[in-house]
Design a protein around this ligand. Structure first.
Ligand SMILES: Nc1ncnc2c1ncn2[C@@H]1O[C@H](COP(=O)(O)OP(=O)(O)OP(=O)(O)O)[C@@H](O)[C@H]1O
Length: 340
């Protein structure tokens, strides 16, 4: 269990973590999600005593990290997979760690087996690929058979097999009743891995909810429609499976019909449209919307995250224009590309 209460960290004038409170519970994978610079790593570093809170607290299994008599048996963390001695072998590295923490040698071979490092256990770490280093970091984190694990961006730079392996492993660890706390800036990754997500933006929590609520809340595409003849248009669109929700006298939201079909139906009915805006359609979009105001570094021009530009939709009959910002146009392939 990880519990943060009013946790705050400032570096000079910079507030990296801003008064956050949350719980990562045992038996589930909690995803810690947020754009670059949101404060994820800082929070994780405070959880394992590598940084001190400016205010508030973060405890693991009920105690501050430093107050645990045998911290490695309580929490295993991978915050920087590269932090090893390059001249040592994988087994040598793990044996030294085990010895300094009073962990029996037999556990070293267990974690080597669990992380699939058998073939390279006697090889020097300096020749290790990123994926092997990541596995070694995880092996070290699991040495003490901890009840809580904390992995910072565990799939970053991994090949598809590595990504799948991390997913399966984290699921297994949670199913064994452990608290699994993972950070990522990729919604698509979290959607496949986490049971619960905490979304951080500019040091603050902007969402804390089960992953299915995030999916259920955003799964169905909605379109905002505005027309002076809203009632007439609503009648033209009415059909099985189509839901119309009124916003005001001239606008309503449509589910069960995409923007293209709505536009076509309006044209056929000779009804001018003033607005036709797809509201959202994917998990990635909802994440982008959640974090829209929280992105610290943004490139100019097209929104690099949503891939969304601005599309002008010409209303039928009158030729009036309406501006639609198709947030649904996200192509998450770039994000997922790193995962395949
Ligand atoms: N030692 C430090 N000194 C000054 N500022 C820092 C320090 N560590 C982090 N920060 C700042 O705090 C903010 C949060 O950083 P942090 O690394 O925790 O974010 P993050 O969500 O992990 O991002 P990323 O995904 O890029 O690692 C950033 O603006 C960062 O520049």
């Amino acid at each position: 269990m990880i519990t943060a209460e009013s946790l705050t960290k400032t570096y000079g004038a910079k507030t990296a973590v801003d008064d956050i409170s949350f719980t990562a519970a045992p038996g589930r994978v909690t995803g810690f999600l947020g754009p670059n610079g949101a404060g994820k790593s800082t929070t994780m570093r405070m959880a394992v005593g590598l940084d001190t809170p400016t205010r508030g607290s973060i405890t693991v299994n009920g105690k501050r990290f430093a107050d645990h008599a045998a911290p490695l048996r309580e929490v295993g963390a991978v915050l920087d997979a590269g932090a090893t001695h390059p001249g040592r072998t994988a087994r040598g590295h793990l044996r030294i760690l085990a010895a300094t923490h009073g962990i029996p040698h037999s556990r070293v071979d267990e974690v080597i087996g669990m992380t699939g490092l058998d073939q390279v256990a006697t090889k020097r770490i300096k020749g290790f690929s990123l994926g092997m280093n990541q596995r070694l970091g995880i092996a070290a984190a699991l040495l003490g058979d901890p009840a809580t694990v904390i992995f910072d961006e565990p799939v970053n730079g991994l090949d598809p097999e590595g990504v799948r392996w991390v997913r399966r492993l984290t699921r297994r660890l949670a199913d064994e009743g452990r608290t699994v706390f993972l950070s990522s800036h990729l919604m698509a990754e979290m959607a496949q891995t986490a049971d619960h997500v905490i979304v951080l933006g500019k040091g603050r929590i902007i969402a804390d909810l089960p992953i299915h609520e995030l999916i259920d809340g955003t799964g169905e595409a909605r379109t905002l429609v505005r027309s002076e003849q809203a009632a007439e248009l609503a009648r033209a669109l009415a059909a099985d499976g189509v839901t119309l929700t009124s916003r005001d006298a001239e606008s309503f939201e449509v589910t069960g019909l995409d923007a293209r079909s709505i536009g076509r139906a309006a044209l056929q009915a000779g009804i001018p449209l003033h607005e036709l805006t797809p509201l959202r359609s994917s998990l990635e979009d909802s994440y982008m919307q959640l974090t829209e105001d929280s992105v610290e570094y943004r490139s100019g021009g097209l929104d690099e995250h949503t891939g969304a530009g601005t599309t002008t939709v010409t209303g039928p009959a009158t030729g009036e224009s309406a501006t639609a910002r198709p947030v649904a146009a996200t192509d998450s392939a770039d994000h997922e590309g790193a995962l395949r």
